[in-house]
Each structure stands twice: as C-alpha cells, then as structure tokens.
Design a protein around this ligand. Structure first.
Ligand code: URA
Length: 439
C-alpha cells in the first residue's frame, strides 16, 4: 500500500492489517519514508486510536524490526524484567532489581535514559564513576549467570523502529497515545527476551498518564500485549503526583537507593512501601512466594538482611564501578553549591507537583530537553518534607544542589520549586503506599 493510502486509512478511522503495519514499520526502519509521512500517520493514530488487534500487530512488527535476545539458556528459572512507564525521582529499579536478584530471580534489565520531566535508570547508574551500562549481550548474560543481576542500556539494535518513531513523536505532540506508548514499551520488552514482565504504570502529574482511567487503559493494553505474546505480564498502577522518595537528580538518587538498601529505616516511607510492593509482585510473578503474605515476609527479610545491598554492590563492581558501596558513596559527584528553600507559610503540604519538580530538574541539568542534551549527574533537588507533613514558615522544605555557574539563578529555581507546592490548613491524608491497583 502506498504511504498516502496507508495514512488516509487511519485518518478516516480504518483498521490496519498486520501485513500493512509490517510493511510500514519495515520502511520506517530502513528510513525510506520521509519524516512528514511518518509524522502524519502518528498523528492519525493519536487522534483515531487503534484496536487491540492493531496494537498487538504493531508491537510485533516493531519487536521484529531489530535483534531479538534469547534468554532461555539462563539458569534459575525465568528472567524477570521490571519496567516503569517513567516518573520523577523514580529510582525504584535500583532498589527492586537487587532485592529480586537476592531472592534468586535472574534479572537482566534493559533500561532507558530520561527525556523531559521523567528520569531514566541508565542516567542514574552512569552517575557512578567507572560504571558501564553498554554491556554486550553475551557479557550481560554472563554477568547474570555469575551474580544474577545486570542492568544495561538498550542497544540501538533492539526494536530500532521504536527509536525512529519515538524521536518523531517527541517533536509532533504524539507521545501520549495508548497504542503508541504500549507498542513502544512492549516491543522493546519482548525483543529483550524477558520471560516475565512486571510493569509499574505511573499515574499523576509526573507521568504520561495524568488520569487514573487513562493509566488503567494503558496498563490493560500492556498486559494484553504481553499475555497475547505468551509472556506472563503484570501491571501495577502507582501514584506519581509527587516526586518519589527524597531526591530528584542522578547521583542524589543513586545515593538514596543505596541508603534504602543499607538501612530501610532511613527510607522515605511511601517510596519504601512502593519498592516492597513491587518486590512482592515480582516474587509472586516468578513463583518465589506462594501467597501475598509470604511475598511480603520474604521482601522484608531480603531488605533487612542486607542481601539486596550486597547484590547492588556486586553488580556495580561487575560493571566497572567502585568495589564497595561505601566507595560508591564517596565517589559520586557532588554539586559545589547547596541552596536551602524554606516554607513560605505555615501549613500541611497538600501537593508537590511532580511535573514541576521534574521540569526544574531538567532546568538544573539533571535531565534532558532533547535526546542530544548532556546531563549533569551532580545537580538536583533534595526534599526534606513530603505531602502530608506539617511545616512552619521558614522551615527547610528542600535543598537545591547547583553548579557554581548557576548561583545567580538560584532565586529563579527557588520560585520554580515553590510553584510546585500547595499548602492547606487541614491535615492531608494519604494512603501508606503509592501502589494504587494491580492488574
Ligand atoms: N516509555 C517508552 O519506552 N515509550 C513510550 O512511548 C513512553 C514511555
């Protein structure tokens, strides 16, 4: 089918066949279509949507646009891939993956870099001096055989059609489309060879899906694709209204993740509850626990025993970073200037808008506006109080970590941060965990 007819079919609300989609994705991959035609089709999909059948067919075509990794020869049962749809301060993978590996589940996790307000696990890991994330496929598998855990950057050979489509979606206002997000995520997960998939679908201001209904629809599409392709897939919906944990910024988040694994009592309670919840679902998905109560006990025990910390240490060492976690903490880059932001009034913190904080992190240099931007691993934001806390006017709310060159902009950054806050006279009641629903 000619590209113009293919675009017109979707524009007019038609349903593509698998063959048409394969043909189109083949052309996108080889670069034989101009960007304006691909973009026009993306907008048609954004406006018209796709049936479940089309979304699955698109996912398969994208999965098959590059290499496929076979992990079936790894020992100790099925590998698990845990994936978040992206949030602000989301360092859960740095806590959850080592804990699941400590339970004996082989984890080979391919992660991405951050773009826009949401961060990426690879950027966080690369804040650790010496650590490599560009592991070859065999090298990563060997690492999983020896220590049970590897987190690596997605190779450009994995679902390359997604790379091309994503770059266009990013500049044509077509990111927030359920079939496009679902096929983008699942094509990479399926090409990456995971045998079980655990998806953390974020909902709220610091995520792609701001409404619960939309996030539910995305989660159910993701799960349906996984199951249809024969990979048991589970999704949880989790609250992304405020930044996760105490920190936003790459080195700061690595430090926070290490400290959670070393001493759970220091963890921000809702962040810890989310990590433990994800570990519990991972244990159940991989049949390492018979029921939720047993999963909860195992997750707590893995955390308190320090075995998760030992796994993270082994992984960092294997990937070229410092040999011990204490050495990692010393080696992490630190920004030269810290600037305290105080509460402007008395009150309960009713909101800390995650999107605003994420955009501030980008403005500081901790994130990227475009794929080409370089990030600064040292800068970021440390929150001292979270939603629900009472603060007096003048009490420290947060600390900005800045470079010398940013000193003159600190009042601008402070204003930006304070615009994320809403204060209330009445107590704000929050559920103890950001985990909202399980699909
Ligand atoms: N993450 C992805 O990999 N793709 C999307 O489209 C959105 C989030």
């Amino acid at each position: 089918m000619r590209a113009v007819e293919f675009i017109a079919k979707k524009r007019d609300g038609g349903e593509h066949t698998e063959e048409e989609l394969r043909d189109f994705i083949g052309k996108v991959t080889e670069g034989s279509l101009p960007d304006y035609q691909v973009s026009a089709w993306l907008m048609a999909v954004f406006l018209r949507g796709m049936t479940m059948q089309e979304t699955c067919a698109l996912t398969r075509a994208m999965r098959d646009s590059g290499e496929r990794i076979d992990l079936s020869d790894l020992p100790n049962g099925p590998t698990l891939d845990k994936h978040s749809t992206g949030g602000v301060g989301d360092k859960t993978s740095l806590v959850v993956a080592p804990l699941l590996a400590a339970a004996g589940i082989p984890i080979l996790k391919m992660s991405g870099r951050g773009l826009g307000f949401s961060g990426g696990t690879i950027d966080k890991l690369e804040a650790i001096p010496g650590l490599r994330t560009a592991l070859g496929r065999e090298e990563a598998k060997q690492q999983v055989r020896s220590i049970g855990l590897a987190i690596l950057s997605q190779s450009s050979q994995l679902a390359p059609a997604d790379g091309k489509l994503y770059a266009l979606r990013d500049v044509t206002a077509t990111v927030e489309s359920i079939p496009l997000i679902a096929s983008s995520i699942m094509s990479k997960k399926l090409a990456g060879g995971a045998k079980r998939i655990l998806l953390d679908v974020k909902v709220g201001s610091g995520s792609f899906m701001r409404e619960l209904e939309q996030a539910r629809a995305l989660a159910s599409t993701l799960v349906t694709i996984g199951v249809q392709e024969g990979v048991p897939t589970q999704a949880v919906l989790t609250d992304m209204e405020e930044p996760l944990g105490w920190t936003v910024g790459n080195a700061l988040e690595v430090e926070e993740a290490i400290r959670v694994l070393q001493n759970a009592d220091a963890a921000e309670p809702r962040f810890l509850a989310l990590c433990l919840g994800l570990v519990e679902h991972g244990l159940l998905a991989c049949e390492r626990a018979k029921n939720p109560q047993e999963a909860q006990n195992i997750a707590e025990q893995l955390l308190r025993s320090g075995t998760g910390a030992a796994k993270l240490e082994a992984m960092i060492r294997a990937q070229g970073g410092p040999k011990a976690l204490e050495a990692v903490l010393t080696a992490l880059p630190r920004a030269p200037i810290t600037y305290r932001v105080e509460a402007p009034e008395d009150g309960f913190i009713a909101a800390i808008d995650a999107r605003v904080v994420g955009l501030l992190a980008v403005a500081l240099g901790a994130g990227r506006s475009t794929k080409e931007d370089r990030i600064d691993p040292a800068v970021g934001i440390v929150l001292h109080k979270k939603r629900g806390a009472w603060v007096h006017a003048g009490e420290p709310l947060a600390t900005l970590h800045l470079q010398d060159t940013q000193a003159s902009q600190r009042d601008h950054f402070k204003t930006m941060l304070l615009s994320a806050y809403r204060f209330a006279a009445e107590p704000v009641v929050l559920p103890p965990s950001p985990l909202l629903e399980v699909l």
